[in-house]
Design a protein around this ligand. Structure first.
Ligand code: 8YV
Length: 322
């Protein structure tokens, strides 16, 4: 009898077909009604799950009897109750590295778009407003040789720093739970306290994992440390930011602009952010290129197959259910 795999989000078609050839595959379908009810029903006899972007915990996994692995097609894993998975002895795996450069590219595109008002000026031009040489209202902020402050110097944070250092001659500051000399030294990156980074950076990029320490890390006090010409970018997780404090900061013009790819509630379908010209809002597309999503799906597929064939997956996050 084929092992059962539950697919809980959109998945690369090639990978889905491979899974369907090897396993009994059931897909959670939002059009069929309550997702949690579908999950509770389907995980009862499931051997593995694969997908991303869904909160998985006791509320929808309690009926799982023989689940060996949840193979997440993501590098972040804050949407999984790790303590519960450990208790149920269910492996959780992720897909690091393959999305690092793509996500760093997106962070830089948000920095450039926000600093130079690209979306606003695109619409302004298309609406026929360009009547004469542009003036102060159309001016942006320089990037070259400016100070880039990175909060979270992990793989993605370091890739962003490399783009700034090598590509735009930027001075790199960083804040992290600990110094990362192996990543920082080649970039002349200077470790500093959070307030100092915020006070000295022309660009502040949030690239931390979401965890108990980083939740609401950027609040009103932190935004008040930033310079009025500074640009804030978040490609981490929405919950690392007090979104109301950011909105108040942007409304008051206390920073130049923000570039956001993640939000406290996703999908973001209505928000005060949408009325603000000094914020660029993208729909969580950090890793969203066809090439990279395929690599992520392939890696998640390998993690799943390894677990179902009795091997420890390369990127399991709780190998000993610690
Ligand atoms: C995922 C991401 O595609 O990998 C992550 O952690 O945030 C994105 O690359 C997203 O989580 C899928 O919903």
């Amino acid at each position: 009898m084929k092992q059962k795999v539950v697919v809980f989000s959109q998945l690369d078609q090639d990978i889905l077909q491979r899974l369907q050839q090897q396993y009994h595959v059931v897909m959670i379908n939002p059009k069929l009604g309550d997702i949690n009810a579908q999950l509770l029903e389907q995980v009862k006899d499931a051997d593995a799950m694969i997908g991303a972007g869904r909160l998985l915990n006791a509320s929808n996994l309690a009926t799982a009897q023989q689940l060996k692995i949840i193979s997440s097609v993501s590098v972040g894993y804050d949407n999984y109750d790790m303590a519960y998975l450990n208790q149920k002895k269910i492996w959780l795996s992720n897909t690091p590295h393959v999305l690092t450069e793509t996500t760093a590219d997106l962070a830089f595109s948000l920095m450039l778009s926000a600093a130079r008002k690209v979306p606003v000026l695109d619409q302004w031009t298309k609406q026929g407003n360009w009547q004469r040489t542009v003036g102060m209202m159309q001016f942006g902020q320089d990037i070259f040789s400016k100070n880039l402050g990175i909060i979270g110097l992990g793989n993605i944070g370091a890739a962003i720093a490399r783009r700034g250092f090598y590509g735009f001659n930027m001075n790199i500051l960083y804040h992290n739970r600990r110094e990362k000399l192996e990543l920082a030294q080649p970039l002349n990156a200077r470790y500093c306290a959070l307030d100092e980074l915020l006070q000295q950076s022309d660009f502040v990029v949030l690239a931390v994992d979401l965890n108990a320490e980083s939740k609401a890390l950027m609040g009103q006090h932190e935004f008040d440390q930033m310079q009025s010409h500074a640009v804030f970018v978040n490609i981490a997780r929405g919950s690392v930011v007090d979104e109301q404090a950011l909105i108040a900061t942007l409304k008051a013009g206390k920073i130049f602009a923000a570039g956001l790819d993640v939000y406290a509630k996703e999908p973001l379908q209505e928000s005060e952010l949408f009325a603000l010209e000094n914020v660029v809002t993208l729909p969580h597309v950090g890793s969203a290129t066809a090439e990279t999503r395929k690599k992520m799906a392939e890696l998640a597929y390998r993690n799943l197959v390894d677990a179902l064939e009795g091997r420890t997956p390369a990127y399991v996050l709780n190998p000993s259910f610690s």
